[in-house]
Design a protein around this ligand. Structure first.
Ligand SMILES: Cc1cc2nc3c(=O)[nH]c(=O)nc-3n(C[C@H](O)[C@H](O)[C@H](O)COP(=O)(O)OP(=O)(O)OC[C@H]3O[C@@H](n4cnc5c(N)ncnc54)[C@H](O)[C@@H]3O)c2cc1C
Ligand code: SF4
Length: 329
């Protein structure tokens, strides 16, 4: 057992200041990911700063018609919120597709967004892993890589991002508000997580000590016709092999607008902008949905030894999800 200290900060500024002074400190929210990582010796913070009671635990209407979700809102509360279920169904469904009821009761919005990859080698401290120990190598490249990335990976890391909620937030064009040692900033969710490149140890674009305080979801009408679909090995309690969160606006049989984000296939939630572009102004047909999915995947996908199945799986899940949305109108 490695000793560490536990701090319950009085306010956001205090929490941020404590982390700024301690390079090996970490924020603790629900602890459902961080505590597991500490037990396994994957991360070993000297100081845990408990932030669960510091930020808002409420979902509030914004004047522009969007929603503000406090970083401490439990995943189960967010999924059950009436405003979320009616205006952003993809977000509620994505949350309910993740983890288990007990975990969702404890897990928070801030912690969910910033949870670490589920690559098995990252959790196994007896194996090389560039994300855990930069420069040690990537065990997954030649190891078991069925669950790993098919888009945007690098030779240094082929891990996938684990959060279902973040995939829905990406489709919904959410913004994340951060409070850090240098002040406050608002980041489009698309810019929060990053591809591994030469620095697989960095999951996000955040600086040490930046605390997520809330997430804003904008008021786009198209988003009420949204849904999420998750392909996984078990019906519950399993991370995505491939997931899709999408919103579709169809008028007179023609696609006016589309939002598509993919999970389980890259180091970050993958916004399928090529597919979206291909769909705008085209008839809402199965053939066009399939063709758009192909455009997103075929040129850029680089499957590993064990995960070539993800390419047709992603194509089929995208097509089925868009069909569901076009038929619901
Ligand atoms: C068995 C199991 C199955 C699961 N299945 C799924 C699944 O299918 N889909 C899915 O999406 N998730 C799944 N999860 C993961 C779960 O959703 C996350 O563990 C949870 O959302 C993390 O939230 P938390 O509040 O407990 O974060 P913590 O564990 O407290 O923190 C996670 C990380 O976020 C940081 N952090 C926390 N809050 C903030 C903040 N406000 N600002 C900045 N940094 C912060 C912490 O320092 C830490 O690095 C599963 C987990 C388990 C254990
Ligand atoms: S894929 Fe990334 S997280 Fe997994 S072993 Fe390789 S470097 Fe580590």
């Amino acid at each position: 057992m490695r000793p560490y200290s536990y701090v319950r900060a009085q306010d956001v500024d205090g929490a941020v200041a404590t982390l700024a002074e301690a390079p090996n400190a970490a924020f603790l929210a629900g602890g459902t990911n961080l505590v597991d990582l500490m037990k396994l010796g994957v991360v070993q913070p000297d100081v845990l700063v408990d932030v669960r009671r510091l930020t808002s635990d409420r979902v509030e209407d914004l004047d522009d018609g969007g929603l503000r979700v406090g970083a401490a809102v439990p995943n189960s509360d967010l999924a059950a919120d009436r405003k979320v279920r009616t205006r952003y169904p993809a977000l509620s469904q994505a949350l309910l597709a993740g983890a288990s009821g007990q975990l969702r009761n404890l897990a928070t919005t801030g912690g969910n967004l910033l949870q670490r990859t589920r690559c098995v080698y990252f959790y196994d401290t007896t194996t090389p892993c560039n994300k855990r120990e930069p420069g040690s190598g990537c065990s997954a490249t030649l190891g078991h890589n069925k669950n790993h990335a098919i888009l945007g990976a690098s030779e240094h890391c082929v891990a996938t991002h684990p959060s279902d909620m973040a995939v829905a937030m990406a489709a919904l064009d959410a913004f994340v508000n951060m409070q850090g040692p240098e002040g406050e900033r608002r980041i489009p969710i698309e810019e929060l997580h990053r591809l591994p490149g030469d620095e697989p140890e960095c999951d996000t674009t955040l600086e040490h000590g930046e605390l997520s305080t809330w997430v804003d979801v904008p008021p786009l009408g198209v988003l009420s016709n949204s849904t999420c679909r998750k392909a996984r090995e078990r019906a519950s309690y399993a991370f995505a092999l491939v997931s899709v969160a999408a919103a579709l606006d169809v008028e007179d049989g023609v696609v006016r607008d589309a939002r598509i984000a993919l999970g389980g296939i890259a180091h970050k939630p993958w916004r399928a902008t090529k597919a979206e572009e291909a769909l705008r102004g085209e008839p809402a047909s199965e053939a066009n949905f399939r063709a758009a999915a192909e455009i997103e995947l075929v040129e850029d996908a680089e499957p590993l030894r064990d995960n070539a199945f993800k390419v047709p799986l992603a194509r089929n899940v995208i097509t089925r999800t868009l069909l569901d949305l076009s038929e619901e109108r």
